[in-house]
Every structure is written in structure tokens, then in C-alpha cells.
Design a protein around this ligand. Structure first.
Ligand code: CTP
Length: 398
């Protein structure tokens, strides 16, 4: 395939040479578009030798062949590595003041970016907002990793390793080029996504860190494969997908009611939402005040219905029910055992198991999962963007 590698001006450019090399060694036709600042870090001859093609930098070169549009149109996938904070801001605003900006805007190919910058820049609210915008537009963000930076400091901001970036590029292109169109045609798929919020008073709630990304990716992937999709959306942090029926829910009880109703006509139910196991025994109509609560506040919680177990117990003939389990157990074998026990307890057909921690799983664009089938057998393992993981899960269900 034709891969356009955009290189921008950061010290990680020297590492990005290995992204080009990795793609070339996998047999892809690689065209580098480097910004002028990138060429201050890596020489043009290096990029031409490694990519085995001419390198483009100047917007006003090759005007007769409309190069500023042609490169983007020819791409099967575009990857920008490293992507500096400045480039990310420009991409988010849709600026086209250089050849790379034009190339990206003129392309409909999937875009992968590998951010690289100092931790302070990565955590700056401007960068955080720009990344969120790009993510909502479907841009695949790889990394950054956490570790030693250019100076003596360390933290998140280091460009992800070249082989991880190459892998993300190939996956993004695969997803785009070969949607397994049609293998869910005529099927009705119900997906729950996000995290429930259990109201304490009109201002506060008990919630969880689920962003809804994996559930939304499942809904989008099922739609692309021909399914009629209903998404029960619990407080999503990501944009709602087009083309699926979205039903908004807030609390576990609301989700329970909506899931029970919509499951009746579904062929497949995927419970990706993080459901609160307990809710406050009373939710009051006035704000809880410190004056009355004092220096210690005890909340009484009551158990919520187990939606997945209920749906599994009452499933229709032929209906497939999928649960999720995000577990903090770090030992792989022990986590698998927890998954098997949970699968048996819930009575669903499949359980998608992943590991979460303070830093893993939530809000990120990637996921690593194992799919267990009833009885406990491992039927799939997948790692990658939440979109590619969604397709791996659907492959099992199909
Ligand atoms: N789930 C549900 N209803 C609940 C709690 C969870 O339907 N009240 C579903 C989730 O959507 C998920 C699966 O059950 O698909 C597993 O959720 P999890 O919170 O891991 O399960 P719990 O039974 O709550 O187990 P744990 O004690 O580990 O929290």
C-alpha cells in the first residue's frame, strides 16, 4: 500500500526514521513529507535513502502536477511521526500552511499520529483539547509513551516505539481498506457503552472512569458490517456515532430499563458499559451540606440489578450475549480465572476480559483483550486500537 509519512520538527524525528524503514521492509511504498523543521533534525538524504523515494517538503514545488493535493489523494494511510504539539494544534484547526497540512486536508485516508513532546506540553490543556478533537474525528493517536525525555526529565511525552507505530499504521489501513462489510447484515445489535452515574443529590454522583470508547467502536464496527445498531449511551466522553440509534441513559436503573426493553428485539447484546454495582440508598432533592454532614459522611448504598445476568437468564433462543470484565489483577493466570468465574456467574455466551489500572485501559484509544467463551475457553486475543479490537470481537460473534 501507499503510506505517506509526515515528519515534523522534534528530536524524535531520528527515531521516526525507523518507522519509515519498518514500513519499507514490510513492502509498502513510502512517501515522506517532511516539514522544514523536521529537516533540521534529520537530513533529506537519509529520508530519501531509507524511504527509497523522493522526499517532499515545499508547497510550491511540483505545482504543475498539483502535488499538494496529489500526495494526499494517493495515500492509503497517512502517519505523522513525530507529531509535535504545534502540528497537533494545526491539524486540529485544519490549517494548510505547508505541504503536510495540505496533504492531510486533501486526503480521505485514515490518519495516525505519534505525538512527541515534553510532558508539560502534552499535559497542557491546549494540547489535551486538540488531541480530543482529533480523536473525535477518528484520528488514531499512538502513544506517547512515558519515559526518559530529551533532557534529564522523564514522563509521558516520549514518542512511541517505531514498531508499535508501524503496527498501528497497518491496522488503521486494514480497517479502512477491508471493512468486513455485510457479515452482520440483517442482524440487530444492541451495545451499551460508557459508565453509569448514580445520583447522590442534584449536583453529585458516584461514577466510574469508563469513557465509552470501546463500546462506541463496537457500535461503529457493527454498523460498518451491516448490522442495525442501537447504542445505549451512558455518559459518553466521546462523540456519538452517526447511523446508529442512540438512547441516552444516566444511572444503572435507567440502563437496566432500556437494556431490558431493547434486548427483546436484539440478536446480539454487547454489555460494554461499566455499570455501578451499587447506588445511594436515598438520593436527596437538596444539595448535601457540610453543615449537616459534619467532618465524616457515610453513604448507604444498595445493590443495583445485575443487567447482564438478567438478560442472560431470559435470553431468547439464538440470542448472543456478551459481557465485559475490566480487572485490576496483574497476574495473567489469576485474571483469566477471575474472568472464567465471572462468565459462569453471569451466564453470558462470551466475556471480553481486559486489564485496567490507574494508567491502563480507560480513555485510551487502544486496548488489549481476551475473549472467553461459555465454558471458559479462550477464543480470541487481540491488541490494538479500540476499533480493531471491536472488529476482532465481532469476528468471534459472526
Ligand atoms: N454488569 C451489569 N450490571 C451490573 C454490573 C455489571 O450488567 N449491575 C455487566 C457489565 O456491563 C459487564 C459485566 O457485567 O459487561 C461485568 O461487570 P463487572 O462490573 O466486572 O461485574 P460485577 O458483577 O460487578 O463484578 P465485580 O464484583 O468484579 O465488580
Amino acid at each position: 500500500m501507499t503510506v505517506v509519512v509526515g515528519m515534523t520538527g522534534g528530536i524524535a524525528a531520528y527515531k521516526a526514521v525507523n518507522v519509515i524503514r519498518g514500513l519499507v521492509l514490510e513492502g509498502h511504498d513510502v512517501h515522506v513529507v517532511a516539514t522544514e523543521s523536521a529537516l533540521r533534525f534529520v537530513g533529506l538524504p537519509t529520508l530519501e535513502a531509507i524511504s527509497r523515494n523522493r522526499v517532499h517538503t515545499d508547497l510550491y514545488e511540483g505545482v504543475a502536477e498539483v502535488r499538494h493535493v496529489a500526495i494526499g489523494q494517493s495515500a492509503d494511510v497517512i502517519v505523522i511521526a513525530p507529531a509535535t504539539a504545534n502540528t497537533i494544534a494545526k491539524l486540529s484547526a485544519g490549517l494548510a500552511d505547508d505541504l503536510l497540512g495540505n496533504t492531510v486536508l486533501a486526503s480521505t485516508a485514515p490518519l495516525v499520529i505519534a505525538p512527541a513532546m515534553h510532558t508539560e506540553m502534552w499535559l497542557n490543556p491546549a494540547t489535551v483539547a486538540n488531541i480530543a478533537t482529533l480523536r473525535d474525528r477518528g484520528v488514531v493517536i499512538v502513544g506517547p509513551a512515558s519515559g526518559q525525555l530529551t533532557g534529564s526529565d522523564s514522563g509521558p511525552g516520549r514518542m512511541e516505539e517505531p514498531d508499535v507505530i508501524v503496527d498501528a499504521v497497518v491496522r488503521a489501513a486494514d480497517r479502512f481498506a477491508a471493512p468486513r462489510s455485510g457479515d452482520l447484515a440483517g442482524r440487530r445489535v444492541l451495545v451499551t457503552a460508557g459508565g453509569t452515574r448514580e445520583p447522590l443529590d442534584p449536583v453529585r454522583y458516584l461514577g466510574n472512569r469508563s469513557s465509552g470508547r470501546q463500546g462506541v467502536a463496537l457500535a461503529v464496527a457493527a454498523l460498518a458490517r451491516g448490522a442495525e445498531v442501537t447504542l445505549l449511551a451512558a455518559n459518553l466522553e466521546v462523540a456519538e456515532p452517526q447511523g446508529v440509534t442512540v438512547v441516552h441513559v444516566g444511572s444503572a436503573l435507567e440502563l437496566s430499563e432500556a437494556a431490558t426493553e431493547h434486548a427483546q428485539s436484539a440478536d446480539v447484546v454487547i454489555m460494554a458499559a461499566a455499570v455501578a454495582d451499587y447506588r445511594p440508598a436515598v438520593s436527596v432533592d437538596a444539595k448535601i451540606k457540610k453543615e449537616s454532614a459534619g467532618d465524616r459522611l457515610t453513604l448507604e448504598l444498595v445493590e443495583n440489578p445485575d443487567i447482564l445476568a438478567g438478560l442472560s437468564a431470559h435470553r431468547r433462543e439464538g440470542q448472543v450475549i456478551v459481557g465485559f470484565a475490566a480487572e485490576t489483577e496483574s497476574d495473567d493466570a489469576a485474571r483469566l480465572e477471575i474472568g472464567r468465574t465471572k462468565l459462569a456467574r453471569k451466564g453470558c455466551d462470551y466475556l471480553v476480559l481486559n486489564r485496567v489500572s490507574w494508567t491502563e485501559g480507560f480513555g485510551s484509544d487502544s486496548n488489549t483483550i481476551i475473549v472467553l467463551a461459555a465454558g471458559g475457553a479462550v477464543v480470541a486475543e487481540a491488541a490494538g486500537s479500540k476499533m480493531s479490537v471491536a472488529n476482532n470481537i465481532l469476528d468471534v460473534l459472526v
